[in-house]
Design a protein around this ligand. Structure first.
Ligand code: NAD
Length: 291
């Protein structure tokens, strides 16, 4: 099967490489020519623009772009996908964007005769490289079934979340909870240590008690792997800040209160403004530590 892939960054690069490894015939485009050349070196063809890629003889086009503005440009722009693609080609956007933008782009694609899925991922760059991502997919069931084999070449859990935009809904709800729970764990761990407890012992108690969650167990802000390497790598504070911004914006549009989500957003924003945007988001525990 022939697939087009646009957006070959930290996530898209290894995802495209996994499609090649699975035997797909891949045509790629990115604004970065070095990103394109890396995939060409692994066996992909290159296109000179989204328009050229859209006119190539592909059955599916995948995009993995930074934010909604890039997605709109690539899909809706004069030199973009919809202005150039054949009706019937399946379009899949795996970027993390707000659900309303995802629904707008999917509606424009449908009006053009192209089925579209939103399929954001969790699992980070390690999951992208290992081909173990979780895909949260919004769109028609039949289109989901058509996309599943290609998604399975890049991910382990492929979940249909309902209608268009629902993949993004699942992603923002989960990541808002993650951002909040990390701050909760940071606060509780800091309190325990300040009161004289050993961090490892406290983490062990929490992780066999009712406070246990991913933020306490897998990515504990004091005893986890990111802490042990000075919070370098991992899931960056600025990426968490982006996802909390999407959650707040989506909540605003439907007048849904997200009180802790908004507070979490402000805390990560303060932390980022102090120059910590690249640190793993569990470094938020430093807000609780004496400088
Ligand atoms: P990135 O910045 O590394 O890659 C984005 C790529 O898109 C770049 O190579 C850039 O050149 C390209 N690009 C931008 N505008 C373009 C355009 N108009 N045409 C063609 N190419 C264009 O970002 P990333 O870390 O790969 O993240 C991609 C998406 O995945 C984001 O929406 C992000 O929120 C989401 N995500 C990231 C992670 C992570 O851990 N990095 C995890 C889950 C989800």
């Amino acid at each position: 099967m022939r697939i087009g892939f646009i957006g070959l960054g930290n996530m898209g690069g290894p995802m495209a490489a996994n499609l090649l490894k699975a035997g797909y015939d891949l045509t790629v485009f990115d604004l970065s020519s070095s990103a394109v050349q890396s995939l060409v070196g692994q066996g992909a063809r290159s296109a000179a623009s989204p328009a050229e890629l859209a006119r190539a003889d592909v059955e599916i086009i995948l995009t993995m772009l930074p934010a909604a503005q890039h997605v709109k440009q690539v899909y809706l722009g004069d030199d973009g996908l919809l202005a150039n693609v054949q009706p019937g080609v399946l379009l899949i956007d795996s970027s993390t964007i707000d659900p309303h933008s995802a629904r707008d782009v999917a509606a424009a694609a449908r009006a053009h005769g192209n089925p579209m899925l939103d399929a954001p991922v969790s699992g980070g760059t390690a999951g992208a490289a290992a081909g173990t991502l979780t895909f949260m997919v919004g769109g028609e069931q039949a289109d989901f079934e058509r996309a599943r084999p290609a998604l399975a070449a890049m991910g382990k859990n492929i979940v249909h979340c309902g209608a268009a935009g629902n993949g993004q809904v699942a992603k923002v709800a989960n990541n808002m909870l993650l951002g909040i729970s990390m701050i909760g764990v940071a606060e509780a761990m800091s309190l325990g240590v300040k009161l004289g407890m050993d961090a490892e012992v406290l983490a062990g108690i929490i992780n066999t008690s009712s406070g246990r969650c991913w933020s306490s167990e897998v990515n504990n802000p004091l005893t986890g792997a990111p802490a042990a390497r000075g919070y370098s790598g991992g899931f960056g504070t600025d990426l968490m800040l982006k996802d909390l911004g999407l959650a707040s914006e989506a909540a605003r549009q439907v007048r849904q209160p997200v009180l802790l989500g908004a507070l979490a957003q402000q805390l990560y924003q303060s932390f980022s403004a102090q120059g910590n945007g690249q640190l793993d988001f569990s470094a938020i525990v430093r807000l609780y530590q004496e400088q």
